[in-house]
Design a protein around this ligand. Structure first.
Ligand SMILES: C[S@@+](CC[C@H](N)C(=O)[O-])C[C@H]1O[C@@H](n2cnc3c(N)ncnc32)[C@H](O)[C@@H]1O
Length: 382
């Protein structure tokens, strides 16, 4: 896509990005940009808030682990799912992957408590095959895989990570933290890309109806001051709309949602290349699993869920747009869609365990509202 061109410049010229960033740090009157030099955040408590695992009992049920099996937790996060697996299945071994160094240091602590049963792997989905091969773990040898997509509460709740519009912090959003210092953060994106590229990101990854209006407001605002803080971005977006509609949208629990919520989602997905990573992760899970091995995938928004659904139907994902079009025009076209699925499934890699998508129970949503939009899909590897 066209906006990838600018990112390519950053990727091929890290020096330019570093120079640009240090200029931005100097310009930023508040704390530093992207948790770089001089950045600090007094609002972060020393004690990390726990991440409440979503659909825990459903995951334990559908993974259906037997003693001494090997499970790959591709999204260790706060370790909630892994801990429950360790505590309920005797002698199970967990390979614990996460791209976030903070999550992996928790996995290392857990590995000390459960000697030999937790193997922490720091890296992205796209690095999994290499990580497994370094550990001499053969493809096709894993009994079950869990992929719980998106961000953890530990990431969302720490202002210094810059994911949350309700907590003021540097506009960062990199799940990898400082692992790849040349990787653009959200502030790099909003301050550098042109208006059309920004609008494309908001449309593609936030499904934001007002993408062009918001992109225009961002470009206007950054002419005056670079946008370096989460609250600053939230107020730039809010400033493009009448006050009466800033909280007019509703989330799934019918609570008011800030007008910038989709902008934040879009930037996060773009910064972390989340959809491409998710697709690569699903391919890696497929090659890691034994025949008959189980895959449980939890998604949190329609872009992720559509991708996972199509992947598990063995559809060619380069036709994602076309499939989406057909779904939107479903009336009267049902037969065509079913035929297409059948055609795609001739060489299927998966058996569905559960025909219907599993969603959290009402009580669980009340206790853990972040899980409100979760969807669980469960399949067996052929
Ligand atoms: C929803 S949290 C997982 C929470 C975990 N299941 C628990 O119970 O605490 C998602 C985690 O996946 C990690 N993650 C997201 N995308 C990733 C990727 N492409 N590669 C590796 N880890 C990823 C994030 O850093 C985050 O820690």
């Amino acid at each position: 896509m066209l906006f990838n061109a600018k990112i390519m410049i950053w990727k091929t010229s890290p020096a330019a990005l570093t120079a640009w960033r240090s200029l931005m740090w100097k310009l930023s009157s508040a704390a530093g940009l992207c948790s770089g030099p001089g950045s600090s955040d007094s609002s972060v408590s020393d004690e990390k808030p726990p991440h409440t695992p979503v659909m825990l009992k459903e995951i334990l049920h559908y993974l259906d682990l037997k003693p001494a099996q090997v499970v790959l937790d591709m999204t260790f996060g706060g370790g909630g799912h892994t801990k429950a697996i360790l505590n309920t299945v005797p002698e199970v071994t967990v390979l614990a992957l996460d791209r976030d160094p903070e999550a992996i240091s928790l996995a290392q602590q857990l590995a000390k408590q459960h000697f030999g049963r937790v193997k922490p792997l720091l890296g992205r989905f796209s690095e999994l095959e290499a990580l497994m091969s370094n550990m001499n773990i053969k493809p096709g040898s894993i009994d079950a895989v869990l992929l719980d997509a998106g961000c953890s509460s530990m990431q969302m709740d720490q202002a210094k990570r810059g994911f949350s519009l309700s907590k003021d912090g540097p506009l960062d959003m990199r799940m990898d933290g400082e692992r790849y210092p040349d990787m653009p953060c959200a502030a790099d994106v909003v301050n550098t890309l042109d208006q059309q590229a920004l609008a494309s990101i908001l449309t593609a990854y936030g499904e934001e109806r007002h993408a062009r209006k918001i992109a225009s407001a961002i470009v206007e605002a950054r002419r005056v001051n670079p946008i370096t803080r989460t609250h600053q971005l939230a107020s730039v977006v809010a400033g493009a709309f009448p006050a009466s509609i800033v909280h007019a949208r509703k989330d799934r629990l019918h609570r008011p949602a800030h007008i910038a919520t989709k902008t934040f989602q879009a930037l996060r997905i773009f910064v972390n290349d989340e959809l491409k990573e998710l697709h690569t992760g699903l391919c890696a899970a497929r090659s890691a699993l034994k025949p008959g091995g189980r895959l449980c995938v939890i998604t949190f928004h329609s872009l992720e869920d559509r991708l996972v659904k199509h992947f598990l139907q063995d559809r060619d994902l380069s036709h994602l747009e076309q499939c989406h079009f057909i779904e939107n025009k479903r009336n009267g076209r049902r037969e065509k869609l079913v035929d297409k699925n059948r055609e795609c499934n001739k060489n299927a890699h998966w058996f569905p365990v559960q025909r219907k998508v599993v969603t959290p129970e009402k009580d669980d949503v009340r206790e853990n509202p972040r899980g409100r939009s979760a969807k669980l899909r469960v399949v067996l590897r052929r």
